[in-house]
Write a protein that binds this ligand. Structure first.
Ligand code: BTN
Length: 326
């Protein structure tokens, strides 16, 4: 652990002030070095009071998303156990891809404060302003066949939906295959990208954007986007939301790798999915179709009933679903 985070641990354990020399003795560094590290912690956003002859005291932790905070909040075995963190990124998916190519660990996580050129499905963008939410990616190196990878979008959807419901008390639902919705508006989008080598999966990048603290959205998004804060009226720490998602996801992912089937998740998925029994517009085979969501198949496909009564099976990745809520 970095020295400044060791200092932070000491400050967290200490209800009152603790002197710089006392901290220095514990860590075998000088008082001046302690003061320098404390300045860096302040720059990171920790509110620390330093008073002559009394020492240092942690006043408030705030909504800080750094590897140290995330690591402490995770209960996972391997997901998020290697963390790449940058203040500003173009896209966490792209940054993690380059680290995956260099051989980073299975489960490695990429986080940022601000994302400028984030990518969504079908050429859409996903921008993250500082403090507003979470844009993260994880890399997975599964042994299963490439055909099973699209369901990772569904599993991540389940993980986010569970986290929003249990941690935040939100009435969220999954819009198959890759959106999480609250009150008809999107709070989270998922982008899973697979890199194959010959006929095998080399790795998969699962990228997730969650609107956490936004108080409002720009004109072009305000009718379709929402945040956890807007919907619940409560402020959640991004590290807690992220950890809840990843803790849930790891459990689902391990079970999926063991079963090599989506069937065990089917009932929970159906109960969480907003599309069943609702009208939807889908772009399938370059044609727009209007249909009603009928069921989720055992392999994770969405079965829809067209206006002429016929059933059509939509695979995630082949389809874009719109206009579910008008
Ligand atoms: C969508 O709704 O179309 C998917 C949006 C996915 C956005 C996330 S934010 C973190 C990760 N990095 C990216 O560039 N995209 C994903």
């Amino acid at each position: 652990m970095m020295v400044r985070y060791k200092i932070l641990e000491i400050l967290k354990e200490q209800p009152g002030f603790i002197s710089g020399s006392n901290i220095g003795e514990k860590l075998n560094i000088s008082r001046a070095a302690v003061a320098k590290h404390i300045d860096v912690l302040r720059e990171e956003g920790y509110e620390i009071s330093s008073v002559q002859n009394r020492g240092h005291k942690l006043i408030a932790e705030g909504d800080i998303l750094n590897p140290n905070e995330v690591d402490r909040a995770l209960t996972t075995k391997f997901i998020g156990r290697e963390i790449f963190s940058q203040r500003q990124v173009k896209s966490t998916n792209d940054l993690l891809k380059s680290n995956a190519e260099k051989g980073c660990k299975d489960g490695a996580l990429c986080i940022c404060e601000e994302q400028r050129l984030g990518r969504g499905r079908r050429g859409r963008s996903w921008t993250l302003e500082p403090k507003a939410g979470i844009a993260f990616s994880i890399v997975l190196r599964p042994d299963f066949a490439p055909e099973l990878a699209p369901n990772l979008t569904l599993l991540m959807g389940l993980a986010v939906n569970k986290a929003l419901r249990s941690l935040c008390g939100a009435e969220s639902k999954i819009k198959w295959p890759n959106d999480i919705i609250i009150n008809g508006k999107k709070v989270c989008g998922i982008l899973v990208e697979m890199i194959t080598e010959e006929r095998d999966i080399k790795y998969v990048i699962c990228g997730v954007g969650i609107n956490v603290s936004n108080k409002e959205f720009p004109e072009d998004l305000k009718n379709i986007a929402t945040s956890i804060y807007i919907e619940t009226g409560k402020a959640f720490l991004r590290k807690d939301v992220l950890a809840a998602v990843l803790n849930n996801f790891e459990e689902l992912y391990i079970a999926y790798c063991e079963n090599v089937s989506f069937a065990p998740f089917l009932e929970e998925y159906k109960a969480s999915c907003i599309n069943i029994g609702r009208e939807l517009k889908a772009v399938y085979d370059n044609k727009e179709i209007i249909a009603a969501g009928e069921d989720i198949a055992a392999d994770g496909s969405l079965i829809v009933r067209q206006n002429d009564g016929s059933l059509l099976t939509l695979r995630s990745g082949e389809v874009s679903i719109r206009g579910v809520f008008q």
